[in-house]
Each structure stands twice: as structure tokens, then as C-alpha cells.
Design a protein around this ligand. Structure first.
Ligand code: NAD
Ligand code: TYD
Length: 347
């Protein structure tokens, strides 16, 4: 029986990972810490909280005393760090909190992991640390040896953390692994990200704000496939290694938005081209051959099925996201999209 400490488990991917662990490894104990920022939602963990093998504590990963006290009490075997500020647009507005949580918080967790001798510290990173790829070179993909070359304060903070993880492994011998995944979609994603934002706006017949011409490409992966890959890495991955995770599923933003519009029976007139994101990365595409060859991982959910499941989930769980939309989010939407929508063009 192992104790797995999951940070950021009240967020999108962390919560999906908590449920995967409790379902697939009922012999293990899962301890989750989360600061419950705007992106963390304890309602998401409602079912997990009923499980005697699960414990939740509201803790900021930057709070050294609280983190060390929790490690002292729980002595985790494995630490999986999902906790992060995760939205590129917010990092453009306010970079400081990204550096604090994503870099300094990672340091605190690794210091505690060293002191209490964890067997594995896993850092959940992103393909955005590699920067972007050109649209006219479909042959180019990110591999684990692609140089780090970031565009946004978000991706820079994630790359900073990755470098620090590498240093803790080499200098202190901390048994680390890092995974770098492409864009995720699925249940419990906060409606500031492309797919849930478009679903929520389309259902409310609000404009669908597509940045620039909508030609940017992302490599979409169903969240459960990401969680299964991390589960394999923490149990069978090689210490000191980086693993890229992606499903060879490149799609243009505009095509995703059109697909959502069609699936919901709405009009394409809702699509509104707005001012582009500053420093907007053009294309992400992962080469996942290492994790496939070493750990036998392959994505299981095809995009056409995953997006159907995701749309159905948002339709069936309106309370979950409508609670979010009624709060602070409205101010966020007005600040982030107010000026953009003034300059908007219709599709
Ligand atoms: P999210 O924003 O939905 O969730 C982040 C969680 O971290 C929230 O519950 C939040 O409350 C918590 N948190 C934030 N600051 C904290 C702090 N200081 N202390 C403790 N908890 C804190 O993000 P997500 O999409 O679930 O992403 C999880 C991880 O996966 C991040 O590290 C992100 O960089 C990485 N990632 C995300 C994607 C994606 O497509 N969403 C892709 C690749 C990698
Ligand atoms: P996002 O979900 O924020 O993920 P990331 O920036 O980490 O890839 O955005 C995905 C893509 O969708 C990205 O190219 C930006 C674009 N986008 C829009 O066009 N409109 C929006 O309102 C949002 C949130 C994103």
C-alpha cells in the first residue's frame, strides 16, 4: 500500500487523476492538497471525499510550514504535482503568481520530498515549454530533446520548474520524473479554456471569441488518457527521465469551435474573430514514441468520441459550471473579452 500525495487535485486534471487512482488502485491511499484558487473546486471531489482512502487538505504549496507538516504526518511514497496557475491569458495579465506557485511552490514540494525521502517526485509539465512549431512543417514534432523555448509567462514558469526538477535530481539525487503533455479536454475543465468556454457560451447563445483567424493548432488529448500515462510513469517510468504525452491529434481552433457549434445545434453566426492573444503559439504537436516504446502507453479515446463525451458531460452537469460562471468569473470574462469583442469580426 502506497500513499500518493496529489497537489492541485481540486483542479481539472488533478481531480481526474484522483478518481483514476481511487478506482484503479483501491489498495493505495490518496492525499490531496489544493489552495482552492479560482480554478480549484471542492465540489469536483465530492465523491472522492466519501472514500476512506482519500484525504483532502486546503494547503498552498508555497506554504513551507504547512507542506512540511503534512509530509511529516503522511510520509507520502509518491508526490504528483499538478498544482499550478495554468491559464496563458491570465499569465499575460499577471505573471507574478505564476512564478510563485509554479516555480517556488515546486521548490517547496521538492525540499519536503527530499527531507522525507519520497520514492518518486513527479512533475506534471506541458508541451508549451518547447515553444511552438510552424504550420508549414507538419513533419516537425516535439520530442523530449527539443530545446525549451517558451513564449508566455505561463510556459516560462513551467519550464523554470522543469529545470529546477532536473537540478534536484542531478544535485541531490531526488528520484524525479517529468511528463510534458499536450492540450487536455474532458470533464471538470474550468470554462476559461477553449473547449468548455465555447460550450458554455454556445449554450447561452453568446459570442464565441476565436483569437486571430483561428488557425492555431493544438494536439488534443482526452484527460483520462493523460492520467493513465502519469499513472504508468510514477509506477514504471525511469527516474530522471522526461516523457512526452500526446495523441497525434492536431486540430485548428476554428475547426474545434465549428464542431461544438454543430454538435449543439447552434448557428455559426455566433463565431466571432477577436484580437489575437499576445505571443500566441502557432502549433503544438507531440511525438509520444518514447512513452509508447518504454511503457506501452497509447491513447485510448479517439477525439470524435472524447468530444462527444465531453459535450454530454457539460450538458449533464450544468450546475457544476454554472455555479462557477455566476461568481468572480463574470468579472474575468468582461476584463478579458470586453475590449476584444469591441473589435470583433463575425465568421
Ligand atoms: P487547473 O487550473 O484546472 O487546476 C490547477 C489546480 O491547482 C487548482 O485546483 C488550483 O486551486 C490549484 N492550485 C493553484 N495554485 C496552487 C497553490 N499555490 N497551492 C496549491 N494548489 C494550487 O489546471 P489543470 O488544467 O488541471 O492543469 C494541471 C497541471 O497540468 C498544471 O501543472 C498544468 O501546467 C499541467 N498541464 C495542463 C494541460 C491542460 O491542457 N490543461 C496540459 C498539459 C499540462
Ligand atoms: P487554451 O484552452 O487557453 O489552451 P492553451 O493556450 O494552453 O493552448 O487555448 C487553446 C487555443 O484556443 C489557443 O490557441 C488559444 C485559443 N483560444 C481562443 O481562440 N479563444 C478563447 O476564448 C480561448 C480561451 C482560447
Amino acid at each position: 500500500m502506497a500513499t500518493i500525495l496529489v497537489t492541485g487535485g481540486a483542479g481539472f486534471i488533478g481531480a481526474n487523476f484522483v478518481y483514476l487512482q481511487l478506482n484503479e488502485h483501491p489498495e493505495d491511499r490518496v492525499v490531496c492538497i489544493d489552495k482552492l484558487t479560482y480554478a480549484g473546486n471542492l465540489e469536483t471531489l465530492e465523491e472522492a471525499l466519501k472514500n476512506p482512502n482519500f484525504r483532502f487538505e486546503k494547503i498552498d504549496i508555497c506554504d513551507r510550514d504547512a507542506v512540511f507538516a503534512l509530509f511529516e504526518e503522511e510520509r507520502p511514497d509518491i508526490v504528483v504535482n499538478f498544482a499550478a496557475e495554468s491559464h496563458v491569458d491570465r499569465s499575460i495579465e499577471n505573471p507574478a503568481v505564476f512564478l510563485e506557485t509554479n516555480i517556488l511552490g515546486t521548490q517547496v514540494l521538492m525540499d519536503a520530498s527530499r527531507k522525507y525521502g519520497v520514492k518518486r517526485y513527479h512533475q506534471v509539465s506541458t508541451d508549451e515549454v518547447y515553444g511552438d512549431l510552424p504550420l508549414d512543417r507538419p513533419d516537425l514534432l516535439f520530442t523530449e530533446t527539443t530545446p525549451l523555448k517558451t513564449s508566455s509567462p505561463y510556459s516560462s514558469s513551467k519550464a523554470g520548474a522543469d529545470l529546477l526538477v532536473g537540478a534536484y535530481h542531478r544535485t541531490f539525487g531526488l528520484p524525479t520524473t517529468i511528463s510534458r503533455c499536450s492540450n487536455n479536454y474532458g470533464p471538470y475543465q474550468f470554462p476559461e479554456k477553449l473547449i468548455p468556454l465555447m460550450i458554455a457560451n454556445a449554450l447561452a447563445d453568446k459570442p464565441l471569441p476565436v483569437y486571430g483567424a483561428g488557425l492555431n493548432v493544438r494536439d488534443w488529448l482526452y484527460v483520462e488518457d493523460h492520467c493513465k500515462a502519469i499513472d504508468l510513469i510514477i509506477r514504471h517510468g525511469k527516474v530522471g527521465e522526461v516523457y512526452n504525452i500526446g495523441g497525434h491529434n492536431e486540430m485548428r481552433n476554428i475547426d474545434i469551435v465549428k464542431l461544438i457549434v454543430e454538435a449543439l445545434g447552434k448557428s455559426e453566426d455566433l463565431i466571432t474573430f477577436v484580437t489575437d492573444r499576445k505571443g500566441h503559439d502557432m502549433r503544438y504537436a507531440i511525438d509520444p514514441s518514447k512513452i509508447h516504446a518504454e511503457l506501452g502507453w497509447l491513447p485510448e479515446t479517439m477525439f470524435k468520441d472524447g468530444i462527444k463525451k465531453t459535450i454530454a458531460w457539460y450538458l449533464e452537469n450544468k450546475d457544476w459550471w454554472q455555479n462557477i460562471l455566476s461568481g468572480e468569473y463574470q468579472n474575468y470574462f468582461d476584463t478579458m473579452y470586453g475590449a476584444r469583442l469591441k473589435d470583433a469580426k463575425k465568421a
